[in-house]
Design a protein around this ligand. Structure first.
Ligand code: HDE
Length: 683
């Protein structure tokens, strides 16, 4: 036995009871006798070049990282399935839509766009919503976002957009945010981005979690039936739990309290069997509608309002399995817009056409060779046969002599003229030009429609977000240029932002096409589409020694019946001794469980504890934040000293818990998610 000094492990052995664990080896299978010490010349001597075990281990470690995605670097994935509600045979021959009840395996990766892999989840940013469907006719990737429009109309502007949005190249900051000069300089010079700016300054870019956000395919695609008939389609994902966002001040604090807030939420929901679900919605329309629409359906900065073309729900996506290994699955998954299946096709949207080039290209760089489709997460789950061979890391290698076609050996795959993929034979004619269609030049009408479709509370948040972001812009001329554009969206909004910035309102920029007055679309508002219940949400209950267990149990039961979760926050994580003398473990210590982590809060301290804790800063923040973030607050009478010290004035969002039964009223109130009536008082 080696001495403690030589093993460096304090004398502990790593034997396990029964000794059933496998032997540690090198990657070549060599059993390792000592994994704690490198080979050296004497106890205090130099390391030896001969130590191939050290060299192999460090070599592999040095190469553990692959390049992070140039955009959407931070993301989180999960497995699940898509279930078709009804046959869509009349519209598309895509195999996954043929049979009601059929389940297609799926992998979904949610992401932010601008931040690097280690950035925080609550950055104000667009969320990626990328879905890989492993159909029986190949993989179909619907690589979408949680916002249905985009900043730019042509792929040639994408590198400029992303350069401007990401950290500035000399300083390397700010990371994961658009609140800086380069971004606002670029977008204020690109009026086509105005519609998207309204969306990103809205609460859509600070979602409560991935589970509570919509997804969109953005571009117009085509569905094609067996007769070759093509129908235009816009794809939507509708969250079963409804939409929900946090407040900006809350987002800033969540980033500090739990930078992994969104990934933890998804992981926990799946692990506890509360599987997140979205319905796939289709907006289907034909050439005739496309020709009559006020906007060009090829323009990715435009939507088709749901009130104009209703969303038909055709199936559901359920995420029911977390990954086994983050790197192998979430990091190595390669989404590609060009992964379509027979029955799905592209349109001439110039952004989509550029994407179809980019996604293949980027995988070669990121995954290091042409065989990334052989990785289990990327490989189709249907039979596939081709004659591609060799290359870096080829690990599915065919047997036999036949590696080309046509061949006369009577072996190997053949084309499928009837069932294989064929592009829609759209007529393409015209001069070769670098130009955009006329209708693409309407930059403001839908931006205005979006703003006017929001509730006053949501409009206030948009205004505040512009004031915050433009307030971080150091060059006054950039702020002024942006304001001159916003005057075309809404005069009152522009004036309020100017006021918030302490600036004069500049003259309006001349729009390239006149702004059309469009009917508001209530479907665009989060608040006008409240969730069906409080299910999937989380309440944080502050408890101390002496907490009334009957009231706590009642609260727990009501939340469980609603499908919501209760977590206990206590002065110490070890827990509390309840009124009935039992030890109840806590989920969070007060310091580690700030109220921003919860959708609503409850306070059930003993009176003595409330008096003692009232002056403590963390306690005051806990309550003051819940109040400022317009949360519903359930409380026992004994919590009164806390309110006084935190300086909060109780209002209709405060619900007393005096007797069993009161918790039901609290849970009902929580279905509204926030007590927005409070916001004017706390702003
Ligand atoms: Fe992407 N985008 N994109 N994008 N995108 C990538 O591909 C690109 C666009 C989207 O979770 C990259 O594998 C170009 C719109 C998502 O792995 C890259 C253009 C939409 C993801 C790329 C766009 C998206 C990406 C980087 C303009 C919403 C993450 C890594 C022509 C519909 C997928 C990668 C994942 C990722 C290029 C515009 C969504 C470089 C050139 C519009 C959700 O290929």
């Amino acid at each position: 036995m080696a001495s403690d000094e030589m093993t460096g492990n304090g004398g502990e052995t790593h034997q396990t009871a029964g000794g059933a664990l496998p032997t540690l080896t090198t990657s070549q299978g060599l059993p390792i006798a000592d994994g704690q010490n490198s080979l050296r010349a004497g106890p205090r001597g130099a390391g030896l070049l001969e130590d191939f075990i050290l060299r192999e281990k460090i070599f592999h470690f040095d190469h553990e990282r692959i390049p992070e995605r140039v955009v959407h670097a931070r993301g989180y994935g999960a497995h699940g399935y898509f279930e078709t509600y009804e046959s869509l045979e009349a519209i598309t021959r895509a195999d996954l839509f043929q049979r009601a009840g059929e389940r297609t395996p799926a992998f979904v990766r949610f992401s932010t766009v601008a931040g690097n892999k280690g950035s925080s989840d609550l950055a104000r940013d667009v969320r990626g919503f990328a879905v890989k469907l492993y159909t029986q006719q190949g993989n179909w990737d619907l690589v979408g976002n949680n916002i249905p429009v985009f900043f730019i109309q042509d792929a040639i502007k994408f590198p400029d957009l992303i350069h401007a949005a990401k950290d500035e190249p000399d300083s390397g900051f700010p990371q994961a945010q658009t609140a800086h000069d380069n971004f606002w300089d670029f977008v204020s010079l690109m009026p086509e981005s105005t519609h998207m700016l309204m969306w990103i300054m809205s609460d859509r870019t600070i979602p409560r979690s991935f589970r509570f956000m919509e997804g969109f395919g953005v571009h117009s695609f085509r569905m094609v039936n067996a007769q070759g008939k093509s129908t235009f389609v816009k794809f939507h994902w509708k969250p079963k739990l409804g939409m929900q966002s946090v407040m900006w001040n809350e987002a800033v604090k969540i980033n500090g309290a739990d930078p992994d807030f969104h990934r933890r939420d998804l992981w926990n929901a799946i692990q506890t069997g509360d599987f997140p679900e979205w319905e796939l919605g289709l907006q289907l329309f034909d050439e005739e509608f496309a020709a009559s629409f006020d906007f060009d359906i090829l323009d990715p900065t435009k939507i088709i309002p749901e009130e104009v073309v209703p969303v038909r729900r055709v199936g559901r996506l359920v995420l029911d399995r977390v990954v086994d290994n983050f790197f192998a699955e979430t990091e190595q998954v390669a989404f590609m817009t060009q992964n379509v299946v027979p029955g799905i096709d592209f349109t001439n949207d110039p952004l989509l056409q550029g994407r179809n080039f980019s996604y293949l290209d980027t995988q070669l760089k990121r995954l290091g060779g042409p065989n990334f489709a052989q990785l289990p997460i990327n490989a189709p789950k249907c039979p596939f046969h081709h004659f591609q061979q060799d290359g870096h890391m080829a690990f599915r290698n065919p047997k036999g002599r036949v590696n080309y076609e046509p061949n006369s050996w009577g072996e190997g795959p053949r084309e499928a003229p009837e069932t294989g993929f064929r592009s829609v034979p759209a007529e393409e004619m015209g001069p070769k030009l670098r130009i955009r269609p006329e209708l693409f030049a309407d930059h403001y009408s839908q931006a205005r429609q979006f703003f006017q479709s929001q509730t006053p509370v949501e409009q206030g948040h948009i205004r505040d977000a512009f004031v915050f972001e433009l307030g971080k812009v150091q060059t006054p001329a950039i702020r002024a240029r942006m304001l001159s554009r916003l005057r075309n969206v809404d005069e009152a909004l522009a004036a309020k932002i100017a006021d918030g910035l302490g600036m004069e309102l500049p003259g309006a920029a001349a729009p390239a096409r006149p702004v059309i007055e469009l009917a508001p679309s209530p479907a665009l508002s989060i608040q006008l589409n409240p969730p069906p219940s409080f299910a999937g949400r989380k309440v944080g209950a502050f408890v101390t020694d002496g907490t009334d267990m009957a009231l706590l149990a009642d609260l727990q039961a009501e939340l469980a019946a609603e499908g919501a979760v209760l977590e206990l926050v206590a002065p110490k994580v070890g827990g509390i001794i309840s009124s009935s003398g039992e030890i109840v473990p806590a989920d969070h210590a007060l310091e580690g469980g700030p109220s921003v982590l919860f959708d609503a809060v409850a306070l059930l301290p003993s009176e003595a504890a409330a008096r003692m804790l009232a002056p403590v800063a963390v306690m005051r923040d806990w309550l003051a934040d819940a109040h400022a973030h317009c949360k519903f607050v359930a409380h026992t009478a004994s919590a009164a000293p806390l309110f006084e010290k935190a300086g909060v004035a109780m209002d209709g969002g405060y619900i007393p818990l005096a007797k069993p039964g009161d918790a039901a009223g609290f849970v009902t109130a929580c279905r509204q998610l926030r007590f927005w009536e409070r916001e004017p008082q706390v702003k």
